[in-house]
Write a protein that binds this ligand. Structure first.
Ligand code: NAD
Ligand code: UFG
Length: 346
């Protein structure tokens, strides 16, 4: 059992990972400013974890960029390792407001690392993204592929990856995992926690499930002329519970092995097209989901699929849940919570 700090633990991936880490016996301090999440998510995580594990989660409401808030989080308990989810993640928004992205994602991560140095904590798992591969030269994508971001969000992730490599080079003792997620989707099978984006969703899954539940009239399928089997975009969708389990495995490996810098793709290794996803979701929700084929979305690529073999070897981990499970669990969440966790003032 370890004492962990989880930044951004109330968010989509953070909340599911908090549950898995509580169930694995860890004690958690969550630092979140709720800029893109609701405290209700953590309340439900505690409820799902049960009366024994639930109280092992402690919440500090605060901003990653604030040294005072970070000091409060590190003072709450002697932190052995950090799982760093907090950040901004909308590609289009990063193009429109790049300075905010550099501020939260880069300056926030720098402040976190400085606070870790101060308290002598040298173990961190970082949420990186397949977005930093940009438009890949070929698929599946291995970790050795060129890092070539195409938007400010991707550049901010690449910059934090570099900062982590730099601290590892600066002194021995750092244990760092840079986890490059492909497309995280789905929800806890209970339907109690899931993805609850503010405003109009940018991503396929939350948009599709909001159409299925009647919140939006129809899905726009961006591009039917891609060089893929059915002409629609292909992605590697990973169930958020598999992703959460990947974090647990990465932490265990970091803490058990000598100090190291690990860089791993977390994906399923399978590519699915937008139309395949729509068909699977229709099977899960039991009714047709209206959609229109529209022109390509600027900045999209035809296909991204992970080569997850390195993560499978290093973490003794692999995805367990397929697209059917993703859609079933995603629908369990959306149908039981048509308005997500409720109003957040956005
Ligand atoms: P999310 O927005 O649901 O979660 C992020 C959490 O961080 C939220 O709870 C938010 O309130 C919090 N936060 C934001 N700024 C903060 C700040 N300054 N101080 C404290 N807390 C702050 O996003 P998510 O989908 O759970 O993503 C988690 C991480 O994974 C992010 O770093 C994201 O870039 C990365 N990632 C996500 C995806 C994806 O498609 N969801 C893909 C690859 C990588
Ligand atoms: N799509 C639609 N209609 C929509 C939304 C998406 O057809 O309303 C299509 C896209 O064109 C793409 C596929 O569905 O072919 C997936 O799109 P998403 O927006 O769900 O995901 P992306 O692959 O574009 O990007 C996501 C995150 C990035 C992250 C990347 C890899 O938004 O931040 O996954 O992890 F970097």
């Amino acid at each position: 059992m370890s004492q962990l700090l989880i930044t951004g633990g109330a968010g989509f991936i953070g909340s599911h990972t908090c549950l898995v880490l509580l169930e694995a016996g860890h004690r958690l301090v969550v630092l979140d400013d709720f800029s893109n999440s609701s405290p209700e998510a953590l309340r439900r995580v505690q409820e799902l974890a049960g009366p024994l594990a639930g109280p092992r989660l402690q919440l500090i409401e605060g901003d990653l960029r604030s040294p005072a808030d970070l000091a409060q989080a590190f003072a709450a308990a002697p932190i052995e390792a950090v799982v760093h989810f907090a950040g901004l993640k909308a590609v289009g928004e990063s193009v429109a407001d790049p300075l905010r992205y550099w501020d939260v994602n880069l300056s926030g991560s720098r402040a976190l690392l400085a606070a870790m140095v101060q308290v002598g904590c040298r173990t961190i798992v970082f949420s990186s993204s397949a977005t930093l591969y940009g438009s890949p030269e070929s698929v599946p994508i291995a970790e050795t592929a060129r890092v070539a971001p195409v938007n400010p969000y991707g550049y901010s992730k690449a910059a934090v990856e570099q900062m982590l490599a730099d601290v590892c080079a600066s002194e021995p003792g750092w244990r760092v995992a840079r986890l490059r997620y492909f497309n995280p989707v789905g929800a806890h099978p209970s339907g109690r926690i899931g993805e609850d984006p503010g405003g109009i969703p940018n991503n396929l899954f939350p948009f599709l499930s909001q159409v299925a539940v009647g919140r939006r009239p129809s899905l726009q399928v961006f591009g039917s002329d891609w060089p893929t089997a059915d002409g629609t975009g292909v992605r590697d969708y990973i169930h958020v519970m598999d992703l959460a389990d990947g974090h647990r495995a990465a932490l265990e490996v970091l803490m058990a092995e000598p100090p190291q810098l690990l860089t791993l793709n977390l994906g399923s290794g399978r590519g699915q097209s937008v139309l395949e996803v729509v068909a699977a979701f229709e099977r899960a929700c039991g009714s047709p989901v209206p959609y229109d084929l529209v022109p390509r979305r600027p900045g999209d690529v035809a296909a991204t699929v992970a080569d997850p073999s390195l993560a499978e070897r290093r973490l003794a981990w692999r995805t367990q849940r397929d697209l059917e499970a993703i859609c079933r669990d995603g629908w369990a969440w959306q149908s039981a919570n048509p308005q997500g966790y409720g109003p957040r003032g956005d």
